[in-house]
Design a protein around this ligand. Structure first.
Ligand SMILES: [Zn+2]
Length: 524
């Protein structure tokens, strides 16, 4: 593909929600140079796009590809979905900023989500992370949020206490530096220690710093279960007090007792917007979530960090009280969804590999132990690095969220090669444009809007998310049969129906194959 090409007769879906129209489109030097009927070839390479849809490249508004972009720069399974920009650093997890004191803790923290990571894979700040990505090259563009955990680990470690005024100021200072250098905002993970240990004053102070730099606050809120409504109010309160724009991460009502709670949650967001709070949300189109095994524990269990937890687990009394908290406390995840709905999806220890794909109930029975004891064993023998899939949502709630006007698409995929991950990492975008559109969740133009302009606007990507002259030529060409193939049992199947994907006018997918080109940039 040259720097000058012409798409002939594409059905253009421009990303704004407008219906498709048939047109030619010219790309020159990485940008859309013209749109109209019967454009002259003018020396351009001509690509026949008849009967195919041309849309802005999809933006994954919420993912955890921070580490994998360093290891697999081509990001084949994302490129093959038509994704051209990734938003990383979510749920309080980013690979920066580290300090001399926090480096080991930050590494361990990130490992619980995505497996073991090397000392050279965490960074002093946004700039050094960006420079490392640019030095090696990346296929897709990236937008990076600053994880609250990295800030807190730098200043307070895993201490479960409120920050002092001086500690707050140090976190604000560290955050401000990242935002100045180009980070897109702050991400909270209020269910995950140490982000979960912050008090209201700390969250407000950090949101104010974010706002002062014109950036946004994203939040994995404190509860998606019975505390959903209160947790939404907590986040909205922070946004309102700081006058900061916000993105509520993967909005859902989890656990059978909370099914049906989505309409109220959506009303809360709508009411806040009427009240002047600039908030929207992302969600993936599946009935299961995915996380890591430590999320089954109450946040206080992680006080002092993972090694402190593992040491405490050898005391029978502590272990028994933890068991009660995990299995019997009415608000615990396990009490609500049941062990059989928790599936082991990824492990680091090769001796535990055979457990991947099994649910906790069945795997424990096979081992002749209780599911709780299996969980403890995974924490001990897998260094807390076990990822899980949680079957916990109701179809009506999912549909209400994913068809709401404030919704944008984020995969929340947890890339971990060699494991049996949640299929959302391989199928989210074709599933929205294909299966769900055919099931009438939305029109194709509305599906595309949720995957493009809505996220571009939220993250301030002014020259992306829409097909129009002058915009960056991040685009995807697909056909009417676009669909996901990845399932919970075979989660790494690539989708069908995506023909070409361009980033800044360079093809990263050509005729349905990854090209290995690396035209992506860290935006900001
Ligand atoms: Zn999250």
């Amino acid at each position: 593909m040259t720097g000058h090409f012409l798409l002939r007769g594409a059905r253009i879906i421009d990303g704004t929600g407008a219906p498709p129209f048939v047109s030619d489109l010219r790309v020159r030097e990485g940008r859309i140079a013209g749109i109209g009927p019967d454009l002259s070839a003018d020396g351009a390479t001509v690509i026949d796009a008849e009967d195919r849809y041309l849309a802005p490249g999809f933006i994954d508004a919420h993912c955890h590809d921070d580490l994998i972009c360093l290891r697999e720069p081509a990001r084949v399974e994302k490129a093959m979905q038509g994704v051209t920009t990734l938003v990383v650093g979510n749920c309080s997890f980013s690979l920066y900023p580290k300090t001399a004191d926090s480096a080991d803790a930050l590494r361990q923290h990130f490992s619980s989500l995505l497996g073991a990571i090397e000392p050279g894979e965490i960074f002093d700040g946004f700039s050094s992370y960006r420079d490392a990505l640019h030095a090696q090259g990346i296929a897709l563009n990236m937008v990076s949020l600053v994880g609250h955990a990295a800030l807190r680990l730098s200043v307070l470690g895993y201490d479960r206490r409120a920050a002092s005024a001086e500690e707050r100021a140090r976190m604000q200072d560290l955050l401000a530096r990242q935002l100045r250098d180009g980070a897109a905002g702050l991400s909270l993970g209020l269910v995950y220690p140490p982000s979960a240990y912050a008090d209201a004053e700390e969250l407000l102070a950090l949101a104010q710093t974010t706002r002062a730099h014109g950036k946004l606050v994203a939040a994995h809120i404190r509860s998606y279960e019975d505390g959903l409504s209160a947790s939404i109010d907590e986040f909205l309160g922070i946004l309102k007090s700081a006058a900061a724009p916000g993105l509520l991460s993967h909005l859902q009502a989890a656990g059978r007792p909370n099914w049906g709670a989505m309409p109220k949650a959506l009303e809360q967001l709508e009411a806040a917007r009427r009240d002047g709070v600039d908030v929207s949300f992302d969600m993936y189109p599946y009935l299961a979530g995915s996380s890591f095994i430590l999320q089954l524990l109450p946040p206080e269990a992680l006080e002092g960090g993972l090694s402190a937890l593992i040491a405490r687990l050898s005391d029978p009394q502590t272990r028994e009280s933890l068991r009660r908290a995990v299995e019997e406390a009415p608000k615990s995840k396990v009490a609500m969804i049941g062990w059989s709905n928790v599936r082991i999806s990824g492990t680091s220890n090769p001796a535990l590999k055979s457990l991947e794909g099994q649910d906790m109930q069945a795997a424990a029975a096979q081992a002749g132990i209780t599911p709780f004891d299996l969980m403890v064993r995974l924490i001990q023998e897998d260094g807390g690095q076990t990822t899980i899939v949680l079957f916990q949502l109701h179809a009506d709630d999912l549909r209400a969220a994913c068809t709401h006007p404030l919704h944008m698409v984020g995969s929340d995929g947890l890339p971990r090669p060699g494991t049996k991950p949640h299929p959302r990492a391989y199928g989210t975008f074709p599933r929205v444009a294909g299966r769900l559109r055919r099931e009438d969740w939305f029109s194709l133009e509305d599906a595309v809007r949720r995957m493009t302009s809505v996220a571009a606007e939220r993250f301030g990507l002014r020259d992306r998310g829409v097909i129009a002259p002058g915009m960056a030529a991040d685009m995807v060409l697909f056909d009417d049969d676009i669909d996901d193939r990845a399932t919970f049992d075979t989660p790494t199947l690539l989708p069908t129906g995506v023909h070409h994907v361009w980033v800044a006018g360079q093809a990263i997918v050509e005729n349905g194959q990854s090209t290995g080109r690396l035209p992506g940039r860290v935006l900001g």
